[in-house]
Design a protein around this ligand. Structure first.
Ligand code: ADP
Ligand code: MG
Length: 397
């Protein structure tokens, strides 16, 4: 994966007509962009290309229109927000392919940009239909992919177009590859991986990867419940995956014969009623009564996690450590994030829910690198080849 990809820094982009795939799949609220983080993440690439005199067309999907035109998923709110951010009018076309695009692109002056319509209005996009990819590519000289969050999908605008245009990494794509690799390839040690979130089954390959790579694996969240159940604890009404007990046991066994230690919670916040501000208690895993459910790590567990984090050179973290959507069960996630913030460890974070949790807790600024990918980040960490990265040109050769 560390095969270095050719990026927009390696070629002359001046005057070139460039199709740039971005991840502008932003949350909307009554026709307005509610969170523009993904738009801002693409700005370094957009600004660099424009300053070097490229003629730029941005393309993204938005939501799940399933191959049909749907008025509420048009890119207009994105164009409006991007215009505000760039302090210049960003013209949005009504289509993503065809003569209208060709004409508009041919009229762009050096350093000007436009936005194409939602790529997924055509079913050729998700089907990676070669004829749709060819149409997409037709008006352009170069293809730049900055949509790391969609790189695990082989679609026309992430993979197909690369058959028709030289394909380069944008600055965000390049940074994601570099940052996510720092914890995979010859990482500085000690390397501590923190894994939380809901399911062992979603993350099995990531757990195994870090078990082979990290010095310590700290486990929290619903995932920890499954490990504790596998160890024989009675978890009352807690969420855990009954069909993953064998897998969890196998992982615990593997950790005994590997150099990576799995650390499970020794205390848990439990509640009978999962509601904001509901009554909760802190108990050891052997004291969870019938109707109670474990919804967060406890303070002693956080203190143990803290000890490992403070000794770490690198911390990589995926998945919240409790039901963060329901305060105060965001507490374990908050405490651990604060410990990371105060430590000297280099921290890399990925996963949709954890990123959202840290944002809500206003702790994002203290993390060294926050990945923009959800599923893409997990697949990268699993060691899978991401099709949208594979098709980019390699630096050597
Ligand atoms: P990410 O998106 O960061 O990879 P996941 O999608 O795997 O994380 O998991 C996030 C979900 O895990 C959240 O909805 C959260 O409520 C849930 N979760 C965390 N801890 C628990 C728990 N103890 N019991 C039930 N659900 C939990
Ligand atoms: Mg999630």
């Amino acid at each position: 994966m560390l095969l270095e990809k050719r990026s927009i820094q390696d070629v002359d982009v001046g005057g070139k007509k460039i199709l740039m795939r971005v991840d502008f799949n932003v949350p909307l609220d009554e026709g307005r962009v509610r969170d523009d983080s993904r738009i801002r993440a693409a700005l370094p690439t957009i600004e660099m290309l424009l300053s070097k005199g490229a003629k730029l067309a941005l393309a993204s999907h938005l939501g799940r229109p399933k191959g049909k035109h749907s008025p509420d998923l048009m890119m207009d709110p994105v164009a409006a927000r991007l215009s505000e951010i760039l302090s210049k009018q960003v013209h949005k076309l009504g289509v993503a392919v065809g003569p209208e695009v060709k004409e508009a692109v041919s009229k762009l002056k050096d350093g000007e940009l436009l936005l194409l319509e939602n790529l997924r209005f055509d079913k050729g996009e998700e089907e990676n239909d070669p004829s749709y990819a060819r149409l997409l590519a037709e008006p352009f000289d170069l293809f730049v992919n900055d949509a790391f969050g969609t790189a695990h999908r082989a679609h026309a605008s992430t993979v197909g177009v690369a058959s028709y245009l030289p394909a380069l990494a944008g600055l965000l794509m390049k940074k994601e590859i570099e940052e996510l690799s720092t914890c995979l390839e010859n990482p500085r040690r000690p390397l501590t991986a923190i894994l939380g979130g809901a399911k062992v089954s979603d993350k099995i390959n990531v757990i195994r990867r870090f078990l082979n790579l990290a010095d310590t694996l700290l486990v929290g969240g619903g995932m920890a419940n499954t490990f504790l159940a596998a160890e024989g604890y009675n978890l009352g009404a807690s969420f855990y995956e009954k069909d993953q007990l064998e897998e969890a046991n196998a992982l615990l066994k593997e950790s005994k014969s590997s150099s990576c230690n799995i650390v499970l919670p020794i205390d848990l916040a439990v509640t009978k009623d999962l509601k904001p501000g509901s009554h909760s208690e802190v108990v050891t895993p052997d004291k969870i009564k019938g109707e109670w459910q474990a919804v967060d790590i406890g303070p002693e567990t956080a203190a143990i996690f803290s000890g490992y984090i403070e000794e770490s050179a690198v911390v990589v973290w995926n998945g919240p450590l409790g039901v963060y959507e329901v305060p105060p069960f965001d507490n374990g996630t908050e405490v651990v994030a604060q410990i990371i913030a105060q430590s000297s460890a280099y921290s890399v974070i990925g996963g949709g829910d954890l990123v959202a949790a840290l944002k809500a807790l206003e702790l994002s600024d203290y993390i060294s690198f926050i990945s923009t990918g959800g599923g893409a980040t997990l697949e990268f960490w699993e060691g899978k080849e991401l099709p949208g990265i594979s098709v980019l040109q390699n630096k050597a050769g």
